[in-house]
Design a protein around this ligand. Structure first.
Ligand SMILES: Nc1ncnc2c1ncn2[C@@H]1O[C@H](COP(=O)(O)OP(=O)(O)O)[C@@H](O)[C@H]1O
Ligand SMILES: [Mg+2]
Length: 221
């Protein structure tokens, strides 16, 4: 489902070079729930952003669902990303001036989906994450755990095969974190979505994932 071959990423700011990823190879099967663990600064977010086509590697090959992404133009890349991938971040990135429904519908604004269909799909995914009773609330009226569930609803509204989650429970207490992990587990087990999660919570990783790998910027073990 995901294949990275000899990925290198070097950040260049002014005169300073930071090697964030060095010759990283990774394969993720369809339906896998992979947790990638490693210390702060080891390149986890860089790796996830590259898998998610949000950032380009300095060199190396990315294949998603058998399609190589090198050579794709920006517009093509954006369309591909929009169709295949859903993102969940540590900070939920909700828009505070929009209610829950409108936040969840956002990814569909760039597609040819009627307003009525958008609303229907948003209601469906919000039911899935257990927030049917909060649809007209504003993000500021919700708990952190609820905000992350809204973000997950937004990530799955386009029905992506792959979900990429970067420290999805990093801003949550353990109870809310557990709810979010349970939800990700369901999306993997019941809906068969492939999930790649980055975390430094080893316990959470072991409880929910099928595979846990350790990463130090060089190799995924
Ligand atoms: N946009 C950037 N510009 C320059 N250096 C960066 C940038 N993003 C990350 N880095 C550096 O790359 C390394 C890996 O960062 P990151 O992928 O965020 O690690 P992690 O998510 O594991 O904490 C760090 O040394 C970080 O300082
Ligand atoms: Mg990070």
């Amino acid at each position: 489902m995901i294949k990275l071959t000899e990925i290198n990423k070097i950040y260049r700011t002014n005169e300073i070079e930071t090697v964030a990823l060095e010759n990283v190879n990774l394969e993720v099967e369809k339906g896998e729930f992979l947790s990638i663990m490693g210390p702060s600064g080891c390149g986890k977010s860089t790796l996830l952003n590259i898998i998610g086509l949000l950032d380009a590697p300095t060199s190396g090959i990315i294949e998603i669902g058998g399609t190589r992404t090198d050579g794709m133009k920006d517009k093509q890349l954006a369309a591909f990303r929009n169709k295949k991938l859903g993102f969940v971040f540590q900070s939920f990135h909700l828009i505070n001036s929009l209610n829950v429904l409108d936040n969840v519908e956002l990814p569909l604004l760039y597609r040819k989906v009627s307003a009525k269909e958008r609303r229907h799909l948003a209601e469906e995914v919000l039911a899935k994450v257990g927030l049917s009773h909060r649809m007209r609330h504003m993000p500021t009226q919700l708990s952190g755990g609820q905000c992350q569930r809204v973000a997950i609803a937004r990530a799955i509204i386009g029905n992506p095969e792959i979900i990429l989650a970067d420290e999805p429970t990093g801003n949550l207490d353990s109870k809310m974190g557990a709810e979010v992990m349970e939800l990700l587990h369901q999306l993997n087990k019941e809906d068969g979505r492939t999930i790649v999660m980055v975390t430094h919570n080893e316990e959470q990783a072991k409880q929910t994932s099928r595979t846990v790998r350790f990463f130090d910027g060089r190799q995924v073990e």
